[in-house]
Design a protein around this ligand. Structure first.
Ligand SMILES: Nc1ncnc2c1ncn2[C@@H]1O[C@H](COP(=O)(O)OP(=O)(O)O)[C@@H](O)[C@H]1O
Ligand SMILES: [Mg+2]
Length: 225
């Protein structure tokens, strides 16, 4: 029987760790680690120019690849407008980041375990009316500072750069940014505009992932910026 294409299928690193595609994400992990010799990349954001370029797919598999190395990893869905990490990991999303930022719960009550041993998840929580405000709040700042004491690596899944200011705001909280570019589909000028916006907020670009969405040739290529 053919499987229905569910978002769970995107978690190939977890479902089939030795597949060639999972190797791609391990290589991406290694490349990020090699680029981190002089700078500590503990909090890493993954973003893109527009939606649908593969941010969530990339960051989820990357987080699994780090966890497979025994790192204590936290993956946070900071795309408070169009969250999807909970779907990738088949988790409920009644409470999450937005609930913590609204002061409803302490983070210890909301962070969940996953099927990958050392990978924990903080889903978005209910979609708030003021995402940019929430993400730029002192509470968000303090939360990330506190979480740095508990995890080796923290990944932030972010909204696209050209749509809203959220990811530029999040840049202030992270040590490095990985830019996902949907190969051959997104206008070069849009990518240039995105790079300029990131550079304007002094983002430390770790690298660019050229994502190729093709059912047969599923894969991603990592390039240094
Ligand atoms: N390398 C890839 N190969 C095949 N499908 C992909 C790949 N990357 C992403 N996709 C698919 O493309 C769609 C958008 O990807 P997603 O990661 O949700 O993008 P974003 O988070 O940037 O909006 C999803 O349905 C996902 O399954
Ligand atoms: Mg996404």
């Amino acid at each position: 029987m053919r499987h229905r294409s569910t978002s769970k299928n995107n978690l190939i690193s977890l479902l089939n760790p030795s597949s060639p595609v999972s190797e791609v994400y391990k290589t991406l992990r290694t490349n990020i680690q090699f680029s981190s010799i002089d700078t500590q990349h503990q909090v890493i954001m993954v973003t893109s120019s527009v939606k649908g370029e593969g941010k969530t797919t990339t960051i989820s598999n990357l987080a699994v690849a780090y966890a497979q190395e025994g790192k204590k990893v936290l993956l946070i869905d900071c795309d408070l407008r169009s969250p999807s990490i909970h779907e990738v990991f088949s988790q409920v999303n009644h409470a999450g980041l937005s609930s913590i930022l609204a002061g409803q719960h302490p983070w210890q009550e909301i962070v969940r375990d996953t099927a990958a041993d050392t990978l924990s998840l903080l889903t978005s929580g209910p979609i708030p009316p003021n995402p940019a405000e929430m993400l730029s709040s002192k509470r968000m700042h303090d939360l990330i500072d506190e979480l740095r004491n508990h995890y080796d690596v923290i990944f932030l899944d972010a909204p696209p750069v050209l749509a809203v200011t959220d990811s530029l705001v999040l840049n202030g909280l992270c040590d490095g940014v990985v830019l996902v570019v949907l190969a051959g589909k997104v206008d070069k000028n849009l990518v240039k505009k995105t790079a300029a916006s990131l550079s304007h907020v002094n983002a430390r670009l770790i690298g660019t992932v050229l994502n190729r969405i093709n059912r047969r040739e599923r894969g991603a290529v990592f390039t240094y910026y």
